[in-house]
Design a protein around this ligand. Sequence first.
Ligand code: HDE
Length: 694
Amino acid sequence: MKGDCVKHSTGNNPEMHNQNAKQRQLGEYRVNNYGKPLTTNQSLKVSGDENSLKAGVRGPTLLEDFHLREKITHFDHERIPERVVHARGYAAHGEFVLHKCMKKYTTAKFLHEVGKVTPLFTRFSTVVGSRGSTETARDVRGFAVKFYTEEGNYDLVGNNIPVFFIQDAIKFPDLIHAAKPEPQNEFPQAATAHDTFWDFVANNQESAHMIMWTMSDRAIPVNFRKMQGFGVHTFRFVNSEGKAHFVKFHWKPRLGIHSLVWDEAQKIGGKDPDFHRRDLYESIEAKNYPKYDLGVQIIREEDEFMFDFDILDATKIWPEEIVPVEIIGTMTLNRNVDNVFAETEQVAFHPGNVVPGIDFTNDPLLQGRLFSYLDTQLLRLGGPNFAEIPINRPVCPFHNNQRDGFSRQRIDVGQVSYHKNSLADNTPSPTPVDKGGYEHYQEKVEGHVIRAGSPSFDDHFSQARLFWNSMAPYEKQHIIDAFSFEVGKVQSQSVRQQVVDMFCHVDSGLSAAIANAVGVKPPECTPADTTASSPALSMENTVFVPETLKVAILIGEGFDSAVIRNAVQSLRNESVTIDIVSEKLGTIKGTAGKTAIANQTFITASPVLYDSILVGGGASNNSAEFDSNMKNYIEETWKHYKPIAFTTEGSRYIAETSVQEGPGIIVEKKVDDFYCAYINALAKQRFWERNIYK
Ligand code: HDE
């Protein structure tokens, strides 16, 4: 790359938004093969691509067929190693707009000018499953953002859960070995419901807090657009006077935090293993751009020891009620990738990619990560030149004396590739700190060389209990159910007992319920002594809006066209996405000579893929099958606590199913404004008060 930084667009010019700096840079690498002649990689036009070169039409293939050899050789090498963790992921381009000047805290320029737009690339992922695994597995989600700032790339490589399983990076290989499929039989895929994982948990009890989160609904997000993100570690902001503050980062989705229920998550795993990527892709294509506010929690250096937890411990949160989250900007994801391999697969995140004014702390988990990411990219991306891959290139050129290596693309000109020199006027040369050169924070450190953890990291249960105390009753029940499922899959009775004994330190009722479900002795212990709670941790206190929810309208021949037309209009007015589901694709005849086009059938779709259904009625030649399909959709939606609307015609199914009229069941003939009542119910999304076992 030559010349200066690719210029960033400004917040005031909407046209520039779509033409952001990174997009323009990537544009230089985009190749469209449409309408072009087929050539070899040497640009030789080929005359045939269906037969290899042979000695006679029935004869042997010839070695001189360079086209065949090049094509097959390239194919043979198409795969690269998948990420050792976070293999299954999906990404999108977007931008970050700053709302609040952070100059007081940090010299990072992308955090100075209100309205400034910084291009970015965000990849979401599951942790445990391999690249082809189902996306709705119970798991932590990666939430990694690469900001292409004018001072270089800044990567905020976070998760959707604010704490981690372990406190020291040296345990990471152990954690992942225990969580991945077991080596002797390589199952289960994308699941922690097996012996080695729970053996690790019970024998590494710092995992308690994180396990409470992974057993909660946070680990089965409904989609990427409705999950929070966290930087997890404590970082530092450093200002122009060299003064530092501790900082934690939060992403807060504008649509609120919402999850699947476990039964639904498992079924979606079969019906649509691509459920999350499809949602993100389709939302962006429909211009329903996901938005997340960036928040920071800030603690003054002099207050480091004011808390009853160690702020460097990655198994601890800073409760928002004690350290408020200040919103400073918004991320909008507004463009799908052109090519998943080139961008999503080849993107290389690294928590060590920072800009001046953002620095690390001594969190031993973070310190280990600073080594791991660069190291893993060397293998995954085949050598040291991965920063030259288009998606990884900063928008400003880089200059140094690094040379050569596999797949080097740039052509460094000139004689000099060392520092210091006189032949190139001692360039490229370091930039003084006051001119923007990166300076590490000058923290004073002293101590004995020691392989030990800090005693201030020893309390593993208080915040696990804080989380439990903060849950609504239905959230607590989901946690008990998740433990019962996961630990119930463990073959070793000893491990099941150890888990029950461990979680007694969080809550005796919780562990007694698990003990009962998994057939081991009730626990005996005293739980952590805290009655504290943090309302911000409960998903009950999130945002509830109908926008972008997905509704299936179920109809058959002869449906009431006026009612359905009004329903479609009212839902579209609220930006709700609609599928018309019937027994066949295409035209379905309604009353008054009107028609509707079914874009899904009862078998191509499934009730678990929707946020709600509207039962519109109508009929079919095969009425037994039609009724059975309708009833199946109703039962499943009812069982997953989702709102159901019945037109007058559709309400005949109520008596034939488990549905009890009550919250979230909207019947046309029983409400004055059917559509308005339905939209209000949609916004609420789940009706936990529903007793599905009646
Ligand atoms: Fe990662 N992690 N990690 N991790 N991590 C990787 O890097 C690692 C941790 C996270 O979409 C790997 O390029 C160690 C915490 C995300 O490409 C690897 C430790 C958090 C992603 C690695 C951790 C994360 C990764 C695998 C313990 C949340 C996916 C492939 C100290 C704050 C990024 C790769 C993407 C990926 C190492 C713990 C988030 C092996 C050693 C804590 C979102 O380098």
